[in-house]
Design a protein around this ligand. Structure first.
Ligand code: NDP
Length: 515
């Protein structure tokens, strides 16, 4: 039973009781490796969330009035705290998600790198800059700057509970906003840790954390925040959008994916197999940009598959401290993984590694499926487990067509010696890695986000900074115009001059030969 269901059950039990008791005010986070309670956390109500947002307004006024340099210095201090206390945060992550300690350390390292980039580049990307006013408005000086929105609500998932929300938090803070963060009910301690270290370092709660279940997230959407940055499933993303639409609150939606890895005939097969094994199984496959489908040129299909099975079968998965991947964090996901594997096998697919029995009570052994029909769940739906389908294709046209034939469009990987960029250009997705896997996420200057059911809006990079701002345009008259266009005193002669100018500037366009 999920924690949400447990809480609902507790409420039901209380509702039928004759004792006048209050609804539960806390929920437990559980260690998915053992089922033990890690800690109890408050279930923040709508009133609690509104109070946090009201506090954030005050903080936003202070924070946005600082210079870029002052904010960058505060963020630099916080990142120093994160770097010094990495091991402590990694332990909380290990406890709450079950992921190996070393994976948690890697995740924090990447988040720190993004924080450094966001703090260091905010001024360059957002400060007021001149733009050309154009010939008609040559008497004007035009400029644009990107101003903070105010208070940003961040709703995060549990799978990368530091890296993923920090993709919004770091960029929103660097752009001058205060942030109220609602972490997943599975990883509340991580959210509290981040907010506490921020306040401990900066001395003010510009970043706050509210905890609870889905209702707390829904309350954040309705709390009067100026934007919501949501990362999670497509289904919840739609609910978040609907709640935000009530008050015209803009949203960034970073949702699920069904990313493919394409292997061309000229690819380095050892490197491709190694990348595929890691991309499909790291974090127990619970990665939004994880490799879930592989399309391989028929000329190299067999040698690639042999290498992939070999690399994948070496991955250690057990409940020991040396396990290379952890358990499935959310117990209900085990049913989804089992269903996708069973459906694939029932429909003519074969497991060349793992299979239906690979799904245990907490852990799933890596599974490689071949000959799986393209319209099956294992190919079309996000599995979020250490499973992958491998499909032979005649050429790269077919690989691209099949890659594009899902409703998702988050990331992809291409292995090819010569044609990587050409193949990447034809894929409908927000990000493609060539001869590497998921590398785009670790490059702070690159935008991160998807198309279709993978969502919209971008975190990371200049786009990620601008996502948490609004553009403020200013047009200033430098001298009186030769032609006073915006005046009732415009003369017929001036209208004629305007028409002649238009003819000179654009009239020839229509005489150009049609292509
Ligand atoms: P969910 O959609 O279940 O939850 C995401 C967050 O939304 C959680 O904090 C959750 O709270 C909250 N929430 C739930 N219901 C509501 C609601 N009605 N209103 C507002 N907030 C709500 O996703 P998961 O946590 O299971 O994360 C896994 C998903 O995230 C996968 O689909 C994965 O692909 C995607 N993801 C996408 C990434 C990207 O950048 N594109 C990166 C990482 C993950 P609670 O947990 O308390 O219910």
């Amino acid at each position: 039973m999920t924690q949400a269901a447990q809480a609902v059950q507790s409420v039901d039990t209380l509702a039928t009781s004759t004792e006048p008791v209050e609804a539960p005010r806390t929920f437990d986070s559980l260690n998915p490796r053992t089922g033990d309670v890690v800690a109890s956390h408050p279930i923040h109500t709508a009133a609690d969330v509104e109070a946090a947002v009201a506090r954030a307004r005050t903080e936003a006024a202070w924070w946005s009035a600082l210079s870029y340099d002052e904010r960058a210095e505060h963020l630099r201090q916080w990142r120093g705290t994160l770097a010094r206390r990495m091991a402590q945060l990694a332990e909380v992550m290990h406890q709450e998600t079950g992921k190996p300690h070393s994976d948690a350390m890697l995740e924090i390292a990447l988040a720190i790198d993004h924080l450094a980039w966001a703090g260091g580049h905010a001024e360059k990307v957002l400060k007021r800059r001149r733009v050309p006013a154009g010939l008609l408005m040559a008497n004007m000086a035009a400029s644009v700057e990107y101003r903070p929105l105010g208070v940003v609500g961040v709703i995060g998932p549990w799978n990368y509970p530091v890296f993923t929300p920090m993709g919004s938090i770091a960029y929103a803070l660097a752009a001058g906003n205060a942030v109220v963060f609602k972490p997943s009910e599975h990883t509340p301690g991580i959210g509290e840790w981040l907010a506490a270290t921020f306040e401990g370092t900066v001395g003010r709660p510009v970043l706050q954390c509210v905890t609870g279940l889905g209702e707390t997230g829904a309350a954040l959407c309705r709390s009067g925040v100026d934007k919501v940055a949501f990362t999670g499933s497509t289904a919840t993303g739609k609910r978040v959008m609907a709640a935000c639409a009530e008050n015209l609150v803009p949203v960034v939606i970073e949702a699920g994916g069904k990313d493919s890895l394409i292997v061309d005939e000229d690819a380095d097969l050892d490197a491709a197999a190694e990348a595929a094994a890691w991309g499909a199984n790291a974090n127990a496959g619970q990665t939004c940009t994880g490799v879930e489908r592989i399309y391989v040129h028929e000329k190299v299909y067999e040698p690639f598959l042999t290498r992939l099975v070999e690399a994948t079968s070496k991955i250690r998965v057990d409940d020991s401290i040396d396990s290379q991947i952890g358990p499935i964090t959310m117990p209900s996901q085990l049913d989804v993984i089992r269903r996708h594997i069973t459906d694939a096998l029932d429909r003519g697919g074969r497991a060349v590694l793992g299979g239906a029995d690979a799904v245990g009570e907490r852990y799933v052994q890596p599974t490689i499926l071949v000959d799986v029909p393209e319209d099956s769940e294992a190919v079309q739906e996000e599995t979020f487990g250490p499973t992958v389908t491998v499909t032979k294709v005649r050429n790269m046209d077919e690989a691209v067509a099949l890659t594009n034939a899902t409703r998702y469009g988050l990331g992809n990987t291409v292995y090819s010696a010569k044609n990587g960029v050409g193949i990447a250009d034809r894929i409908r997705s927000g990000m493609t890695a060539i001869n590497s896997v998921i590398s785009f996420a670790a490059i702070p200057a690159l935008p991160f986000g998807g198309v279709g059911d993978s969502g919209f809006g971008r975190i990371h990079g200049p786009d990620g900074l601008r996502e948490f701002t609004y553009a403020k345009a200013v047009a200033r008259q430098r001298f009186k115009p030769l032609m006073a266009l915006s005046s009732f005193n415009r003369t017929e002669k001036q209208d004629q001059q305007l028409a002649s100018t238009m003819m000179m500037m654009h009239g020839r366009a229509s005489t150009l030969p049609k292509k």
